[in-house]
Design a binder for this molecule. Structure first.
Ligand SMILES: Cc1cc2nc3c(=O)[nH]c(=O)nc-3n(C[C@H](O)[C@H](O)[C@H](O)COP(=O)(O)OP(=O)(O)OC[C@H]3O[C@@H](n4cnc5c(N)ncnc54)[C@H](O)[C@@H]3O)c2cc1C
Length: 533
């Protein structure tokens, strides 16, 4: 593909969306083609000029209380995390002061799930100590655990299933029953996608496991086989990032190998640090500008240029985000976008108490998730205060709480995630949520007594805030064209088609390998590579 055809010298590029995908796309494109004039179009208000999309750390200017209203951590093992951090450091070396991490051995790396047999119990999930393993084995979460694993190993698949199954159907078939998926695995997928495993495509979410069955007849057979299918390793990806960023490949690989050992990365002043630092850098570049209050709902393509909203013309447009009502003259794209429909609806409930620690040390952890068999719309809860109390700076190992006047140790901060799929915001009654979600969780999962909960109901210090993540993460259900072979996947087909026929590049939630921040940033880099190489 000829990059110059798409991007003439001194040409103009419109980037739809000033979330992390659009910001990093702009950064990467400017690195390769500083001659281009890039305009970032975002629908958020021109008063606030807020970038970052779902990433939103709310800071109370009076008390300096920080509450995350969206994502809060990056996974060290994702190659995209090293790309993000190295890019930020390249933009501004001082960012090192902000990069925090959680050690593997830290309590903040423990994860619990609600016992499907007894909703008042939290069970720690592997990897765990000997004692917690015994507790795990006695709980409802492990029902049929070993039998399912043995069944999977000994039942070699005879016929390859070509259709895209749901994770639920795939796991039920492979493990001989639905216990493992309903009692355990479903909790993990709720945590990532906020969606039921019955509505999630196996080809999209677990392509490696699907491919193991196709190539070796089973998951464990594939995992334990010496004869692994040839795929690009994470290390190879990281080397590519180094070449792109023009930084030393060896030190980038060393950096990635360090990060790989780290479960969680965060930022001292919250996740908004990440988009804000990119924005601050981009604002110093004369060829880059931002246009807020600009809701892109259509693009018209003619031979020479692209017109956004019948208003602004560009030589090239990058869609870092695609709304469900967006219009473009490309039937396959429209069909795919329509088939995805609206994203998932999640209510985030931030709970904060400045003087009491409501999380008992026995359950001190990253938080807990709720498996499908609990039949509740509570998806999980993140124990932000446990994470904060264990965060250290990645470069000087200094604990966060030394520098944070808020954190005297005796406080609670957590974020509950409650699904309201199938409902609209207007149907949600906050008082009901307080009773049926917040106070219920205090009693059931946090193990507080009835008296303690009654006193908290009257406690003026208890702060509870509601944030509606409406139409957020797409529901990647089976039958949308996802394929375990990326070359045959609808996203790959569309990326090529849109670039060739519409002169449009795409990224973000609907086109990346996964829904996480590292996934979408890697996708932004790939989009720039497709355009410029
Ligand atoms: C509740 C929640 C928790 C999450 N937690 C994590 C986590 O802990 N770790 C992790 O890695 N990932 C997490 N994610 C995923 C993470 O938020 C996404 O990967 C990331 O925000 C995607 O960035 P984006 O730029 O692609 O899209 P978005 O964040 O959606 O940004 C899109 C931007 O485009 C703008 N926009 C939208 N439509 C239009 C339009 N029509 N015209 C103009 N502008 C438009 C928006 O205003 C926004 O600024 C979470 C997501 C949610 C919803």
């Amino acid at each position: 593909m000829n990059g110059l055809k798409h991007l003439p010298k001194n040409g103009s590029v419109g980037v739809v969306g000033g979330g992390i995908s659009g910001l990093f796309f702009t950064y990467f494109l400017n690195l390769k083609r500083p001659d281009l004039k890039i305009t970032i179009l975002d629908k958020s208000s021109s008063k606030e000029k807020r970038v970052g999309g779902w990433i939103h750390t709310h800071v109370d200017t009076k008390s300096n209380l920080k509450l995350e209203k969206g994502p809060r951590t990056l996974r060290g093992v994702s190659p995209g995390t090293s790309l993000i951090l190295q890019s930020l450091i390249k933009m501004n070396p001082d960012v090192r002061d902000h990069i925090m991490y959680i050690e593997k051995e830290s309590v903040a790396n423990r994860k619990f799930i609600v016992d499907p047999k007894d909703h008042k119990k939290l069970v720690q999930v592997p990897p765990i100590t000997k004692e917690s393993f015994l507790k795990f084995m006695k709980s409802g979460a492990s029902e049929g655990f070993f039998r399912s694993l043995i069944y999977e190993y000994f039942n070699k698949s005879k016929n390859v299933v070509e259709r895209d199954e749901s994770i639920y159907d795939f796991m039920k078939r492979r493990f001989g029953n639905d216990k493992l998926v309903s009692n355990l695995a479903s909790a993990l997928f709720f945590g990532i996608y906020a969606t039921d495993v019955k509505d999630l495509s196996a080809n999209y979410c677990i392509p490696r496991l699907v491919n193991y069955e196709k190539s070796h007849g089973g998951i464990f057979r594939g995992l334990f086989s010496k004869n692994q299918p040839k795929v690009k390793t994470n290390g190879e990806d990281v080397s590519d990032f180094a070449t792109f960023l023009n930084i030393d490949e060896k030190s980038m690989l060393e950096y990635y190998n360090e990060l790989k050992k780290i479960p969680l990365i965060a930022f001292k002043d919250g996740m908004s640090t990440m988009p804000n630092k990119v924005r601050d850098y981009l604002q110093t570049i004369p060829n880059i500008s931002f246009k807020f209050d600009y809701d892109v709902d259509r693009i018209d393509v003619d031979n020479n240029s692209l017109t956004v909203n019948n208003d602004i013309c560009f030589d090239h447009v990058h869609l870092s985000t695609v709304s469900d009502n967006f219009t473009l003259n490309n039937d396959r794209f429209m069909e795919y976008n329509k088939s995805l429909g609206r994203g998932t609806n999640v209510l985030l409930i931030n709970v904060y108490h400045p003087k009491k620690n409501l999380i008992h040390p026995d359950i001190g952890a990253f938080g807990f998730l709720v498996p499908k068999n609990c039949h509740t719309n509570l998806l999980g809860c993140i124990f932000d205060s446990v994470i904060e109390k264990n965060m250290k700076n990645f470069y000087n190992q200094r604990l966060l709480i030394d520098s944070d006047s808020l954190s005297n140790g005796n406080y609670t901060k957590m974020t509950m995630m409650v699904s309201y799929n199938g409902k609209e915001i207007k149907d949600i009654n906050k008082n009901d949520c307080m009773e049926n979600a917040v106070y219920k969780m205090f009693e059931n999962q946090l193990g507080l007594s009835k008296d303690q909960v009654t006193s908290l109901k009257k406690d003026k210090d208890l702060l509870v805030e509601f944030t509606f993540a409406d139409n957020s993460i797409p529901i990647y259900s089976p039958g949308k064209g996802f394929h375990s072979d990326m070359k045959r996947d609808i996203r790959t087909i569309l990326k090529e088609d849109l670039l060739k026929n519409n002169n449009i590049s795409v990224g973000g939630f609907k086109f990346a390998d996964g829904p996480g921040m590292p996934d979408v940033v890697v996708e932004s880099l790939r989009a720039v590579k497709r355009l410029t190489e």
